[in-house]
Design a protein around this ligand. Structure first.
Ligand code: GLC
Ligand code: MG
Length: 520
């Protein structure tokens, strides 16, 4: 079975919020392993596990202090091995997260850098620069952190500052220093030797900065979390041409291993063409399709993204990915309006995603119809909340309800509460409550993933996109998906109804999608 990832459904596990084995209120690796049969039964092909490496957890693991060890909070290295082995027994692949743009400020390299002199080899692994102004009291340039505030922090009262495109605890590495790619080549091999099937590459568009570190034009206008990111019009810190040399090197490393190892890029870039560059034949295998995440609930918007994505990827021999939710964005049920309508639309958009050629990424809890949770300010932990006072990303990271009628809903053993409180109204949404319940979101996902395997996964990659007002249909061989984004019922398409995202009668109700087959 070659290039399994091209048509895989990958389920994203946010480690601290999936399943807690030891009752400390924080999800962990043995917790994930114990729930792998659930994922197998759900019908996904692979699981992507967010960072579980040693970390002070200022950005919940995206601040890595040791890339080749497991944080005691989540278990031990043997637990990672056990997870991978058990997943493979069940026929599931495992993708681990790789965080190459920055380390934690507690990484041995950064500690050594702070202890060393300006201009030393230790400092040269990061981006230390002299401040501006008479007493160097101004940052070296005008860049903003994605999490708010300046992207530079001053080292004590010296004239040196270091760059951090994210939190102050996440110093950016200098990828022009050969020690850095050498270290990450070792990290890749370490995990490949432990049999992981692939990597999700964090901030893949950020590793190289324009060498001059010149000011960013127009940055004073943008302050939104991801606006300061790769979508800014002038972005000397993002999507630089040299970043592709890194991925060519990684491609060669992955190719040394058997078993079709892969890597998927988190690359926020301005165009589908620049995004497709990350998946050229000698680079990474996939890149998240963030245009799909950002598309509003609109047939025209969906059609537009499909019609831009497919040719851009075809041009480089790449395969599209369809992403609606992840641990950084509002859950799609909420984004589409929330409540009953939002949940119905979310299921419909999922059914649309699953019909399209390529691979789909699901985020834990979407199969339960979870929406954003209103997390009380005192419970918020996202560094962007501390830096900007904006609510941040905790709302999509609330631990999964598995069973029972009150928090922690089986998230961990006993009655201990998870690291963010779960809502009191989640009893009907637990895995237990929805299992076997006709019409539940969970049963819908199970059915959709099963039908996808038999009908859509290997169907032709050629599609025919048809937009009729608020109704979008996409035909792939014998299979047609139709989604009604309008407010009035539309006609059901001809053919055999295979699956629907909600109740359908003689027509296709608003906020609903169906698959019909014209085979036989
Ligand atoms: C990526 C991660 C996000 C993290 C950031 C910094 O965007 O998905 O969660 O905060 O990188 O590592
Ligand atoms: Mg735990």
């Amino acid at each position: 079975m070659s290039e399994w990832w091209r048509h895989a459904v990958v389920y994203q596990v946010y480690v601290r919020s999936f399943a807690d084995s030891d009752g400390d209120g924080i999800g962990d690796l043995p917790g994930i392993t114990s729930r792998l049969p659930y994922l197998r039964e759900l019908g996904v092909d692979a699981v992507w596990v967010t960072p579980f490496y040693r970390s002070p957890q200022h950005d919940h693991g995206y601040d890595v202090a040791d890339y080749t060890d497991v944080d005691p909070l989540f278990g031990a290295l043997s637990d990672a091995d056990e997870l991978v082995a058990r997943a493979h027994e069940l026929g599931l692949r495992v993708i681990v997260d790789l965080v190459p743009n920055h380390t934690s400020s507690e990484h041995a390299w950064f500690r050594a850098a702070l202890a060393a002199e300006p201009g030393s080899a230790e400092r040269a692994r990061y981006l230390f620069r002299t401040g501006r102004g008479a007493d160097a009291s101004e940052p070296p340039n005008n860049w903003r952190s994605v999490f708010g505030g300046p992207a530079w922090t001053r080292v004590g009262d010296t004239d040196q500052w270091y760059l951090h495109l994210f939190d102050t605890s996440q110093p950016d590495l200098d990828w022009r220093n050969p020690e850095v790619p050498a270290m990450f080549a070792d990290v890749l091999r370490f995990w490949l030797d432990r049999d992981v099937d692939g990597f999700r590459v964090d901030v893949a568009h950020g590793l190289l900065k324009e060498a001059s570190l010149r000011d960013q034009r127009g940055q004073e206008k943008s302050s939104d979390l991801f606006d300061v990111g790769g979508l800014a019009e002038d972005a000397p810190m993002w999507d630089q041409p040299e970043v592709h040399d890194v991925y060519r090197q990684w491609h060669a490393i992955l190719a040394e291993y058997d078993g079709d190892r892969m890597a998927v890029a988190e690359a926020w870039t301005r165009t589908v063409e620049s995004n497709a560059r990350y998946v050229r034949p000698d680079e990474l295998n996939q890149a998240f399709n963030f245009d799909w995440v950002m598309a509003p609930w609109s047939a025209a918007a969906f059609a537009d993204v499909i019609e831009r994505t497919l040719p851009a990827l075809a041009a480089v021999g790449g395969t599209p990915t369809w992403v609606l939710s992840n641990h950084d964005v509002q859950r799609h049920a909420t984004r589409y309006g929330g409540g009953e309508a939002g949940r119905a639309r979310a299921r419909a958009a999922t059914l649309l995603s699953l019909a399209l050629p390529g691979s789909a990424y699901l985020y834990q809890g979407e199969e339960l119809g979870l929406e954003e949770v209103d997390v009380a300010p005192a419970d918020r932990q996202d560094p962007s909340w501390f830096r900007t006072g904006e609510p941040g990303r905790d709302s999509c990271r609330v631990p999964i309800p598995w069973a029972g009628s009150e928090p922690p809903y089986g998230f961990g053993p006993g009655a201990g509460q998870p690291w963010i409180p779960q809502p009191g109204e989640w009893a009907p949404l637990t895995v237990d409550a929805q299992s076997g319940e006709p019409g539940s979101t969970l049963e819908f996902y199970r059915q959709a993933l099963s039908v996808r395997r038999s009908l859509a996964r290997d169907a032709s990659d050629a599609v025919d996109v048809h937009l009729d007002g608020d109704v979008l249909s996409v035909r792939r061989g014998d299979l047609t998906v139709v989604v009604n984004c309008g407010s009035a019922p539309s006609a059901l398409p001809e053919g055999e109804l295979v699956i629907a995202s909600g109740p359908v009668g003689d027509d296709l109700p608003p906020d609903t999608a169906v698959w019909v087959s014209s085979a036989g």
